[in-house]
Design a protein around this ligand. Sequence first.
Ligand SMILES: [Zn+2]
Length: 158
Amino acid sequence: MKLEIGRRSRRCSACSTGFETGRKGVSVLLTAGEALERRDTCESCYQPDPGELANWRFTLSAQKKGLRICEDAIWQVIAKAKADEELRAKPFTYILCLMLARKRKLRRTQSRRKQGREVHTYTNLSRGVDLEVPVPLLTPPVFARLQRELVEFLSAPG
Ligand SMILES: [Zn+2]
C-alpha cells in the first residue's frame, strides 16, 4: 500500500498567498481514496469540506521548533472512525491509535483474531473511545515510513 501525503505547503491552497511568520491558517486532513490529503489555507479562505477528517488551526512561528504533532487532529480522526468502518480499517487509523497509546492516551484493552486478521481494541473511557482496529499487514520498513509520514503530516507548519 502506498500512502501519498502532500508536503506541508508554503502557500494557501485557495488564494496562493505565501505563509509568512505570524500568519494564521487552517490545515485540513481529507481522505482521497486509500490516501490522505492535506490542505493548508489562510484562516479566511477555510471552507469546510464533506470529506474532511480533521482540521487544526496554526500560527506560523518565527523559530523552527521542529515538528509538533497536532493531537487534537488525531482525536478528530478517532472520533470519525468510531462510526466509519472503512476508516477504521485503514492502516493510518491503526498507526494513530498506536501513537496515542505510546503517549498513554489510549490503552490497548483487547487483542483477538477476527476472520483471520488480528484486531486490537484501543480504549479511553473518559473520551468514550472503544475502537476495534485491524492490525495492518505491512512490512516493518513500510510501517516505519508510514509512521514518519504521518508525524510530518500532522505537524503544524513552522
Ligand atoms: Zn488564502
